[in-house]
Each structure stands twice: as C-alpha cells, then as structure tokens.
Design a protein around this ligand. Sequence first.
Ligand code: TXA
Ligand code: MG
Length: 325
Amino acid sequence: MATTSFDTRIGKDLETAVNLLKQDLVVAIPTETVYGLAGNALSEEAVNNIFSIKNRPLHNPLIIHIADLNRLPELVEEIPQAALLLLEKFSPGPLTVLLRKNNIVPNITNSGLTHVAIRLPRHPMALELLSLLPFPLAAPSANPFGYISPTSPQHVMSQLQGKIPYILDGGICERGIESTVVGFEGDIPVIYRLGAISIDDIRKVSPKMIIRDKDNVKPQSPGMLAHHYSPATKLILTDQPQILPEGFLPEETGWILFDQALPQYPSNNQIVLSAAGNLEEAAKNLYSALHELDARALRLIIAQRMPDIGLGKAINDRLERAAAK
Ligand code: TXA
Ligand code: MG
C-alpha cells in the first residue's frame, strides 16, 4: 500500500469517500480544526495505511472520530463524570478526550496504550460522512509527520499528492488549530495538548485541572514533542519581529505577525494573522500563513509571539514547536 501511487483527486462526493474507506483505503477529510487523514479506526490494515502514508512512528497514537456520543460506549470501558461534562459542553467540537479503550479498538490505533483519544468533529461534511459509515474514523492531521498541518484541500494536495486516492473538499477549516487533548485523573481533567478550546473555557466547566505541558517533565502525548508542526524554512519566534537577525536580508525573510505589518520591510513578505487583533481569526490563519511562506524561497521566517491569553497560548505552543530544531 505505501508504495501504491494514486491519481489524487479533490472532490465533494461522499459516496466516493465511503467506498474507498470501506476498502481500508485512506481519504483526507475536512474537520473544523485541520484536515484529517482518515481510515477505518477498527481495521488494522486501514490504520496501518494511515501510519505509513504519514510516515508516523507507530508509538504516536491516533484520534478516533465519531458522529454521535451514543457510539462512545462501544469503544471505551468507562466515561468519567468530568469527561461527560466536557463532552456535553464542547461536542461536537475541537475537544479530544482520552478514555480507557475496550477490545474492539485494535492496539495499533492507540499505540498499545490503555487509553484511546476520541472526538466528535463539528464540520458538517465530516459528520455526514461518519453517519454513512458503519465504523468510526481514525484520523491524524493530514500532513507528513512533523510538518505543518493542512487547513485546506490544496495544503493536503501539496503534501500528499499521489499517496492517497481522494481529498474530500470541505473548504477552509473554520478553527485552524488542532483539538485540545484532555485526559482524566479521577475526575480532574489533564490537558495534554493545548488546542482550539482554550484552558479558560475548560476551567469554566471544571475549575480544577492539570496542565501537563512541555515544562512538566516527559511528554506523554507526542503532540507535545518539542519539534513538530514545522516548516522546512528556519523559523524563529520572538516578541520583537522588527529585529532582523544579523546575516539576513529583508528580501529573503518572511514575517508572521499578529495584528500589524512592519512598514520598514517589504509588505509582500509579511502576513498579518488578524488585523482586528482577534486570536480566533489568528488561529484560523496560522497554518495557511506557514504554508504560504514556506512555499517561497525564503531563508528565514520570523513569527511574532501572540498575546499569552486565550487561543494565543495554543498558537504560541505551535510556533514554539515549529521553531524548535
Ligand atoms: O484537531 C485534531 O485533533 C485533528 C483533527 C484531524 O481531528 N487531529 C489531530 O491528530 O491533530 P494528530 O494525530 O495530529 O494529533 C493527535 C494528538 C497527538 O498529540 C497524540 O499524541 C495525542 O493526540 N494522542 C492521541 N491518542 C493519545 C493517547 N491515547 N494518549 C495520549 N495522547 C494521545
Ligand atoms: Mg498532527
């Protein structure tokens, strides 16, 4: 399978996607966060195909996508009260919960761990596709391992052309940054990956919680790997984007800025994520800005650190990992 070459097509035909998925093939699907590389979560062969197409290490577990909370008891042993509360508040949406899996889920899907990651995506096309299928979909972000996540069908095409038969076109992803991954210790939520639901939002539902981010000992979730979400171009993250490091010319530098361009540098090389200073809009535009600048022959991308509030924390998290080498 990994060596098969496909004539990759982009389209909106759910039937095509259903037929391919039923044959254990892999299809890129839209979600409200980023595009996913989807396959039958209960089929070892399909999941194996996902890992090999993405070139992802087998010890990095996948997220299972379902369309209906009623499907949860088939997949997991128990659902802590705190998980139910969060699911009721944020599903469908960019919340991923880690729950103790039962035997129906093959070990390859969650890398042999005790818990499996599950979410209900909010994108209408993803929900419709799931409702047409007799099985849930495992889907990591549809990028080769370690690279920038895709937020449009074209991003997927440029990274995975020839490797998958079909990209289901659901337009540009509304949220633009991955789901928040939450596990539970007893009834206390533990945040393993910052994401599209902010810590403040989760705190409103569950005032007690633990944030197990990169500063807290060893990474338990590979989304927490230091080097991840990376462009090929060297990237630095800074509070002072106007300072050009020695040895770099403005013409060979790109900028990702929060709300304002820098008048002293070429405007073509600058992408302002949200002129209105809105962090939701900045999150939505983040990966497409990285894709766009990375496609140019630049030597350096300078990313401005976002305000450390709300979604700004998740954006800074991704930019820090994109900057890590
Ligand atoms: O928004 C999203 O979550 C997107 C869309 C497609 O749903 N998916 C996504 O998947 O970002 P992926 O595979 O790129 O990231 C999944 C994250 C990784 O950080 C992984 O380590 C973590 O979830 N994860 C999955 N299963 C886990 C488990 N059993 N225990 C701990 N972390 C887990
Ligand atoms: Mg990913």
